[in-house]
Design a protein around this ligand. Structure first.
Ligand code: GLA
Length: 368
C-alpha cells in the first residue's frame, strides 16, 4: 500500500512524496459498545492498511481508490476527503500551525464493513503530518485528535477504540485499552502456534441505520448512568441493575457484563487459554444480541454455524447492525466453516457473504 500511495502521488503530482505513512484497520476481539462508557476493549490491527504519501507543496488530496482529486480546503461533504480534512482541522484546532500540503492515498481496508477504514485513513494522515511537519505529538494524542476529527468534523459520535487500535497496536498482539484512563497494554495473541485462526465473515450489509442506532444506544447508556448517579456505566456494578428497568436496564447489563468479559478475556489470552477466550466470545454475542440488540439474522446465523461446527468462539464485531462477525477456529477447519456458512446464507436467502482471514498486524508506521 505504501508503494501504491507513493506511485499515485508521483503520477498525480509529478514528483516524489517527501514521506509515506500507513495505518491499519482493526478487528475488535471483545469489548463492544464499552469504549464510550469509559470501559475496556480488546482490538487488534489487521493486515489491511491505508497509506498516505505527503509533500509540502500544493494543496490537494488524491485518492487512488476513488481516482478522485479534491481540494485540501473544504467542509464536510460525505466523501473520503472528510477524513484527511477532519484531521487537518483537528490538528489546527489543537494549536498546530500546519501549512498547506498535498497527499495521495491508497488502501485495501474493506469499506463500510466495521473494520475501521475511516480510522485507518485518519491515523495515516495524522501520522504523516506529524512526521512531515515534525510536530512531535505522541501516538495517544494523535489518536485523540483523530477521534475529535471523527466526532466533530465527520459527525460520527464514536468512541476512541478504532483510532487507538490503528495507532497503537503491535504485530502478534491485541491491545487492552482502558478507555477511561486511556492506558493501553499489548496482550499476546499467538494464534498460529496454537493452530488457530480468526475467520471474519462480512455480511456485506451496509449499515444504513447504524448511525441512528449507534447514537440511540449511546444516549440510553447515558440515561442509565444518570439514573444510577454515576459518571459513566464503567462505574456501575451488577447489583445496580435492580435500580433500572426496561431498555436502560438491558443496555446497562450488556455494558457491565461486557467490561468484565474483556478483563477475563485478556487474562485468558495471557494464560494461552483459548477455550475460555472462545466461551467469552459466545457470551459477548448473546449479550449484544439480547441485551444490546445490535445483531442481525445474518450475524446470528454465522455465530450459530460456528457453534454447530464446534469453533471455540464467535461473535459479531464492531458496532453491529450488519458489518462483520468473527470466529476463532482451528486453522484446519476454517474452510469447512466458510462453506457451511455460505450454504446456510444461501438457504436463508441472505446476501452472499465475503470472508477474510487476518493475522494481528502492526499499527501505524512512517516509511521515509
Ligand atoms: C464503532 C465505533 C467504536 C465502538 C464500536 C462498538 O466501531 O467507532 O468507537 O464504539 O462501534 O464497540
Amino acid at each position: 500500500m505504501e508503494r501504491r500511495a507513493a506511485s499515485a502521488y508521483r503520477e498525480r503530482f509529478g514528483e516524489d512524496p517527501e514521506l509515506v505513512a500507513s495505518a491499519p484497520g482493526r478487528l475488535n476481539l471483545i469489548g463492544e459498545h464499552t469504549d464510550y462508557n469509559g470501559g475496556f476493549v480488546l482490538p487488534c490491527a489487521i493486515d489491511r492498511r491505508v497509506a498516505a504519501a505527503v509533500g509540502r507543496s500544493g494543496n490537494e488530496l488524491y485518492s487512488a481508490n476513488f481516482e478522485e482529486t479534491k481540494p485540501l480546503a473544504g467542509e464536510r461533504e460525505g466523501s473520503w476527503a472528510d477524513y484527511p480534512r477532519g484531521v487537518l482541522w483537528a490538528l489546527r484546532a489543537a494549536g498546530h500551525e500546519i501549512p498547506d500540503f498535498r497527499a495521495a492515498f491508497a488502501g485495501d481496508v474493506p469499506l463500510g464493513s466495521g473494520l475501521s477504514s475511516s480510522a485507518a485513513i485518519e491515523a495515516a494522515t495524522a501520522l504523516a503530518l506529524d512526521a512531515l511537519f515534525e510536530l512531535g505529538t505522541g501516538r495517544k494524542d494523535l489518536a485523540r485528535l483523530c477521534q475529535r476529527a471523527e466526532n466533530e468534523f465527520v459527525g460520527v459520535n464514536s468512541g476512541i477504540m478504532d483510532q487507538y487500535a490503528s495507532l497503537l497496536c503491535e504485530a502478534g498482539t491485541a491491545l487492552l485499552v482502558d478507555c477511561r484512563t486511556l492506558e493501553a497494554e499489548p496482550v499476546p495473541l499467538e494464534l498460529e502456534s496454537a493452530g488457530l485462526a480468526l475467520l471474519v465473515c462480512d455480511t456485506r450489509l451496509k449499515r444504513g441505520l447504524a448511525k441512528t442506532g449507534y447514537n440511540d444506544r449511546r444516549t440510553a447508556c447515558e440515561r442509565a448512568a444518570a439514573a444510577l448517579g454515576v459518571a459513566e456505566l464503567r462505574d456501575a456494578a451488577e447489583e445496580d441493575l435492580r435500580r433500572l428497568s426496561g431498555e436502560e436496564r438491558r443496555r446497562a447489563r450488556h455494558v457491565i457484563s461486557e467490561n468484565a468479559r474483556v478483563l477475563d478475556a485478556a487474562a485468558a489470552l495471557r494464560a494461552g487459554d483459548f477455550a475460555e477466550f472462545g466461551r467469552l466470545m459466545y457470551a459477548s454475542h448473546r449479550s449484544l444480541r439480547d441485551d444490546y440488540e445490535v445483531s442481525t439474522p445474518e450475524l446470528d446465523a454465522f455465530v450459530e454455524c460456528a457453534r454447530e461446527s464446534e469453533a471455540p468462539g464467535a461473535r459479531l464485531t464492531g458496532a453491529g447492525f450488519g458489518g462483520c462477525a468473527i470466529a476463532l477456529v482451528e486453522s484446519s477447519r476454517a474452510e469447512e466453516l466458510e462453506r457451511t456458512v455460505r450454504n446456510s446464507f444461501r438457504d436463508s436467502g441472505f446476501r452472499e457473504p465475503a470472508f477474510y482471514r487476518f493475522l494481528p498486524a502492526a499499527g501505524a508506521e512512517v516509511v521515509r
